[in-house]
Design a protein around this ligand. Structure first.
Ligand code: B12
Length: 597
């Protein structure tokens, strides 16, 4: 199937960088840069985490992953040591840390200090990286803002020197955009060099991809997510001689399909998996209630890894995660819970039956293989060189998840559905958001709905970062209310959004923001909108917090009031925006009798 895809559409540039030259440059660096002997490798006498994982798989041992990364390096070092130490004191082990670098770390080092910051760890020299991973014998997994960003090569060098043998994140490469950074050729070149450098190491180094950070959170078909693993293996292992491994979990909230996906991916894995991430979309504001979600997904993950190990560590996510970045005590607590659950869980395994879940896993695998071959055939027919890893990476990134699924998804065409296909195995997140949106409209009175529809409003909808679910929800509601939608994009910049809102004569902007940049974004957006749009309403929702300058807790605090003072209407719920829109609609002449400026 080639509908709508052609080389010139995907690559309008006359020439692209020489892939072979970039690969040679990356490989050559392996003469100087090698994996440092961090305490993890020394203590367990292994050459790499892959070796350690294979040993744990052979022993049938469940391994544990914790996510850490506070803004402040000293606090992050303390966490690295203290979590390991306190768990060891109880006879338990944390095997690996996923280190949450700040997204500003994704810019080349010289630019970092002037770029927008999120809520994660900021480091400066290689010595900082080494001092962190030296703090305890736990495997350092640099899963975010390394490969896949403009700083891919330099950050991979630092990660290797600090003893990391698990580096990501290809998922981010495909789906993330650093604010104010449009040069995807540079990002691809640096990422290709980084992968080549890992592939040329004398020990195997994992090139990690969190599928949810990439396309899996937006695909409607789990087969496409599995097909993504196959495509990543094709590029990293087959074309570049490296070791691709995947992670999944954030958005896999249904226990049955979560287990089926673990089974399916286990069948096609060559390298041990990194971690099964906590099902964080199951968490809400009530911490006690979150324990039920925690136990539910951990049980499934423990069972999956115990019975058909894919090499993943399990990831007990603190119950405070929906509020903000969790603190050290909360991480220790949740690991105590998980370790005790492993002990209590094993006797239950004989109660489970596997036939139904295996049948679903087989369906996901066959759909995934179909997706991979559809993508390769389609790309080849469009004139993309499918043996060239640079072209493969950039083409997948530029075509994007929605279009890839529309064009190459294995489900039968079904024009009425999202992506125009009936998924082979439905992924639930997007469908659930649509149902939530429809429910909100259903609860409104007919006269309120009619009033909004009659006003002929037009809204420009965008996100400041990769979190897109809030936008999907808002779009569903606004469409249902007959409001025209101007798509302001994902991970957009304030100047671009202001331009689009003005040129499309939008009546309001609706913005979703989660990464701690909301205040800066709204301030710049207001400035860019300028004098002419002083009364253009800007609605904003999501996670409206920020790490205050000079804090010593490294934890974000709510800044809704400051955002409101900067000129946005803060909405904790979608109802809040609907009430305001109703007000606007009632104060306006009917559609048709208004002139747009
Ligand atoms: C799903 C998710 C992801 C998915 C996103 C998938 C996708 N394509 O959208 C993935 C896995 C990709 C992801 C990635 C990351 N994430 Co995330 N993610 C979440 C999670 C679990 C859910 C957020 C969500 O979408 N909820 C669904 C929406 C619909 O519901 P809601 O948030 O409750 O929103 C309500 C209202 O706010 C309102 N609303 C939302 N937007 C708007 C807009 C308007 C106009 C209106 C009126 C209303 C409105 O609608 C909802 C209805 O009540 C949260 C934790 C949590 N449980 O909240 C973390 C969370 C938001 N992520 C977080 C982080 C740090 C990240 C990463 C940086 C992690 C990393 N190191 O890689 C990356 C992002 C990198 C980047 N470049 O941006 C942090 C943010 C930290 C903070 N600000 O304190 C959180 C809070 C987790 C945590 N505790 O660390 N994430």
């Amino acid at each position: 199937m080639t509908v709508g895809l052609s080389r010139t559409l995907v690559f309008p540039e006359k020439t692209l960088p020489d892939a072979a030259g970039l690969i040679a440059e990356g490989r050559a660096m392996a003469k100087e840069i090698m994996v440092g002997r961090a305490p993890f490798l020394e203590t367990y006498r292994v050459g790499s985490e892959i070796e350690y994982k294979r040993q744990a798989m052979a022993q049938g041992r469940i391994t544990m992953h914790a996510q850490i990364g506070f803004r402040d390096l000293a606090k992050s070092r303390r966490a690295y040591h203290e979590i390991w130490d306190r768990l060891a004191g109880s006879g338990y082990r944390v095997d690996r840390y996923g280190i949450c670098l700040d997204w500003s770390m994704g810019y080349p080092r010289a630019m970092r200090k002037d770029m927008p910051r999120g809520t994660g760890l900021i480091m400066h020299d290689v010595e900082d990286w080494i001092s962190l991973t030296s703090a305890a014998p736990v495997a350092p997994h640099f899963g975010d803002f390394v490969i896949g960003t403009p700083a891919a090569f330099e950050n991979t060098i630092a990660a290797l020197l600090s003893g990391s043998t698990s580096i990501g994140n290809l998922g981010q490469y495909f789906a993330f955009r650093q604010p104010h950074w449009d040069d995807d050729i540079f990002t691809t070149a640096e990422s290709l060099k980084a992968i080549a450098l890992t592939a040329a190491q004398p020990v195997p180094v994992i090139v990690h991809s969190n599928l949810d950070d990439g396309f899996a959170s937006i695909f409607t078909d789990l087969s496409c997510s599995l097909g993504t693993i196959l495509l990543e293996q094709y590029i990293v292992d087959e074309l570049l001689g490296g070791h691709a491994a995947y992670s999944f979990g954030n958005t896999y909230a249904k226990p049955f399909s979560r287990l089926a996906f673990q089974r399916a991916a286990q069948k096609i894995s060559t390298t041990p998996g990194t971690m099964i991430y906590g099902a964080t979309t199951m968490y809400g504001p009530n911490h006690a209630a979150n324990y039920a979600a925690l136990a539910t997904y951990l049980r499934v993950d423990i069972y999956g890894e115990k019975t058909r190990p894919a090499g993943h560590a399990v990831n007990p996510t603190p119950v405070t995660e929906a509020d903000r970045i969790p603190d050290i005590d909360e991480i220790v607590d949740v690991h105590m819970f998980a370790n005790r659950l492993v002990e209590l869980d094993l006797p239950l395994h004989s109660l489970y039956r596997d036939e139904d879940v295996d049948a679903l896993a087989d369906q996901i695998v066959s759909g995934g293989r179909q997706f991979k071959s559809n993508v390769l055939d389609g790309f080849a027919q469009a004139g993309i060189d499918i043996r060239n890893p640079f072209e493969m990476l950039l083409a997948i990134r530029r075509v994007g998840s929605k279009r890839l699924e529309e064009l190459y998804g294995p489900g039968k065409p079904d024009p009425g559905r999202l992506r125009g296909r009936k998924p082979l195995v439905r992924s639930h997140s997007i469908e659930q958001l649509e149902q939530e949106g429809e429910g909100l409209i259903g609860r409104m009175t007919v006269s309120d709905r009619d009033a909004i529809a009659a006003a002929g409003l037009r809204g420009c909808i965008a996100t400041t970062d990769v979190h897109e679910y809030g936008k999907v929800l808002i779009e569903t509601v606004l469409k249902g209310l007959g409001i025209e939608i101007i798509d302001g994009g994902i991970s957009t910049d304030p100047n671009d959004l202001a331009l689009q809102a003005r040129s499309s004569a939008a009546d309001f902007i609706a913005l979703s923001s989660y990464n701690g940049v909301a205040l800066q974004f709204v301030t710049e957006l207001r400035r860019e909108l300028g004098e002419r749009c002083t009364d253009l309403p800007v609605f904003i929702g999501g996670k409206l917090n920020r790490i205050p300058d000079g804090t010593n807790t490294s934890l974000p605090v709510d800044i809704s009031k400051e955002i409101a003072a900067a000129g946005a209407i803060v909405c904790t719920t979608v109802d809040g925006m609907i009430t305001e829109l109703l007000q606007i609609a009632r104060n306006r002449p009917a559609a048709g009798s208004r002139r747009r400026v």
